[in-house]
Design a protein around this ligand. Sequence first.
Ligand code: MN
Length: 203
Amino acid sequence: MTFEPAALQYAMDALEPVIDARTVEIHFTKHHATYAKNLNAALEKHPELFTWTLEKLVSSLDKIPEDIRTAVRNNGGGVYNHNIYWASLAPRQSGQPVGELSKAIDSTFGSLDIFKSEFEKSALARFGSGYCWLSRKKDGQLVIHSTANQDNPLQENMIPILVVDVWEHAYYLNYQNRRADYLSQWWKIVDWKSANDRYLAAV
Ligand code: MN
């Protein structure tokens, strides 16, 4: 069984005007799909790894044979991270966190506005390509952090709740080099219900 990108739960143009259809199309059908293709090609050299879950592949890199470790780190991470990125988004959202996650954000960061400000700061500070995450540590604490390239929270023993892709390909057509503008608009399409579902599953 090979690895494939998780299916999008909305149309390519559904995130407009925040993210234009062409950007979603290239991002999903080219970038995300290529990570899956390259992951599968690497695993062909050690086909027993096709029985592993994607989560296990990207969080147990020390157990991956050295000749494909970097390929699995980059391409497995590319498939996994984008799956969560697309699942973090949905058309026409309220902008308001829901459920237990909403309470946890307030109690951890003080308010939604403070959380958003700290999240944007972390996403802007990620030099080059990567992601900014809201994750849950094993002790239950919520944390904002960023990762380089295709690294992810599982590698730091945390569970991802929400993620923004800050690779330029995620926002280039609409926003060019203006990552801050992309981030400030991005909140309008955050699917807080799915984030709360991931939070509840992690608890
Ligand atoms: Mn991307």
